[in-house]
Design a protein. Structure first.
Length: 318
């Protein structure tokens, strides 16, 4: 746990050991401020860099953890948590330690949800919860809360962030990450973001209507499942302070932009592994016999029965 902090001339309270990260943003001209919109329909997300995850009775990450799998899942989705528990065993895989934890959301006033988490944790010790309103817009806050907890409590060399509707091939992940450069590794499926306002599309929107067009386009990796090395983790929460907008819902785009602001870009695509695939992008995945053996992450397994079949298929093949 990091305790040493000071107040600097820019008004930002920060841990001294992360001062170099603040300087990385400041020397590029970024300041601790947020875009002031005149859009009356846009409700800005407010983020404070402070612990907001409750980890009572958990034991999910250790000093020798090579990969920590961070799974974002709805608090009431116990079926998917049980599926991961049955298939992601903690301990040594290919000679490297792998651990995982479930990150859910429970508002401080939702005593029923908090009680349910406590009951489940007494049996499994693997759920951590972020204290805010559970909504699609707030997914970015959940991601930020989770990575701050990881920064302060989990010394894993890599973090794999997953949605609950994913498949993860752990042995392939270990083999792949054992071969990559651990410095500023940001891996997954490369994408080019275009952020939208309510004027651009009628569904969920990311930015206010008066947000400059040139700030809406940048590169990142898709958020259903991505991988970051340990040295990237401290940039995530600190970089948010210097980002002029906490992007609604699109936490993957939010992450990609704050890293691009300091020159960290998606890592080169692997030629040996299918690091990330998506059922909506790769239609052949609907047939299990056509799944590549070198796959690592597959997203958008919305049908729970099919997700179960996928895990069972790879377990039987191992």
């Amino acid at each position: 746990m990091y305790t040493s902090s000071v107040i600097y001339s820019d008004g930002c309270i920060r841990d001294e050991q992360f001062d170099g990260i603040h300087r990385a943003y400041q020397t590029r001209g970024y300041k601790v401020h947020k875009f002031q919109t005149k859009d009356p329909n846009y409700k800005a997300l407010t983020y404070r860099l402070e612990p907001n995850v409750v980890d009572t009775n958990t034991s999910v990450c250790f000093n020798d953890t090579f990969i920590f799998v961070m799974i974002l899942v709805r608090q009431d989705d116990i079926d998917r948590r049980m599926l991961f528990r049955e298939n992601l065993k903690r301990g040594l895989v290919e000679g490297k330690r792998v651990d995982y934890g479930f990150f859910v959301v429970a508002d401080k006033d939702n005593t029923e949800a908090i009680q349910s988490i406590a009951t489940e944790n007494r049996a499994f010790h693997d759920i951590l919860y972020s204290q805010h309103k559970d909504s699609y817009t707030n997914v970015t806050l959940t991601m930020l809360d989770s990575f701050l907890w990881i920064r302060d409590h989990c010394p894993a060399r890599f973090v794999i962030r997953l949605d609950a509707d994913c498949f993860l091939h752990v042995p392939n992940a270990v083999k792949y990450l054992s071969s990559v450069n651990e410095h500023f590794f940001y891996g997954g499926y490369h994408w080019r973001a275009t952020l939208y306002s309510k004027k651009d599309k009628k569904t969920e929107y990311d930015v206010p209507v008066d947000y400059p067009r040139w700030r809406r386009v940048f590169n990142y990796v898709l958020g259903g499942g991505y991988i970051v090395s340990a040295d990237i983790v401290p940039f995530i929460n600190i970089g948010t302070l210097y980002q002029d907008l906490v992007i609604h819902a699109a936490e993957d785009a939010h992450l990609g932009r704050l890293l691009e602001n300091v020159g960290i870009h998606p890592s080169p695509t692997s030629w040996k592994f299918h690091v990330y695939m998506d059922l909506t992008l790769h239609k052949r995945l609907r047939n299990l016999s056509k799944w590549p053996k070198d796959v690592i992450i597959v997203h958008n397994l919305k049908n729970f029965t099919f997700q179960q079949q996928v895990f069972a298929h790879f377990k039987s093949a191992s």
